[in-house]
Write a protein that binds this ligand. Structure first.
Ligand code: GLN
Length: 195
């Protein structure tokens, strides 16, 4: 049986992930509300978008706690951009100095510190190509992206640009600061589907 992927679809770029999964022939469906959580899925995608909005909607729909439990139990998850922020256990807002932990609106299962909107106005959006552990060169598109500034002992760094960590893995959690779903390259989704 192929794994079935739940794509969190409360806000943001979920349709682009769905299109990529279609291209790969991977079964998937949208997780929009608490009732959707009763459908069987054994993998999770957290798309880009606005993490504060997504976190609040997930909390209001009573989806945050069940998703956290399942990720902690080992369900593979791919978080991109805002999805990375939702997974991060420590968050710094642009212009702030303090690390905050927001268990009520974040999953906090990934042992990293992220800084939101870390590239400033000039570089709010940019694209580049860099090497990604186990894949080779991939194109990376950044949109008001976060930066990973600290990683815990169990976290493997998968990609860097100019010394900044832009992709990590911790067990079955993969997170990228960029948007693999916005390019034609399916390698990162294939890596995730192969976990
Ligand atoms: N800046 C957004 C946030 O803080 C993330 C941007 C994105 O997902 N493209 O949630």
């Amino acid at each position: 049986r192929r794994p079935r992927i739940g794509v969190v679809a409360v806000q943001g770029a979920f349709a682009e992930h769905a299109a990529m999964l279609d291209a790969l022939g991977e079964p998937h469906f949208e997780l929009r509300c608490h009732e959707d959580m009763e459908r069987p899925f054994d993998r999770l995608i957290l798309p880009g978008g606005e993490s504060t909005v997504q976190g609040r909607l997930l909390r209001d729909e009573d989806m945050l706690e069940p998703l956290r439990k399942r990720i902690e139990a080992g369900m593979p998850v791919l978080g991109t951009c805002a999805g990375l922020i939702l997974l991060a256990s420590r968050i710094i807002d642009a212009g702030a100095n303090d690390r905050t932990i927001r268990p009520e609106t974040h999953l906090g299962t990934l042992d990293v510190t992220v800084e939101r909107n870390a590239y400033g106005r000039q570089l709010a959006s940019f694209a580049t190509t860099e090497s990604f552990e186990g894949i080779g060169t991939v194109s990376m598109r950044f949109i008001r992206a976060p930066r990973i500034i600290e990683t815990g002992d169990d976290v493997i760094e998968l990609a860097h640009i100019d010394g900044t960590i832009v992709a990590v893995r911790q067990g079955s959690q993969i997170a990228t600061a960029f948007h693999p779903e916005l390019d034609d390259d399916t390698h990162i989704h294939e890596l995730f589907c192969g976990l």
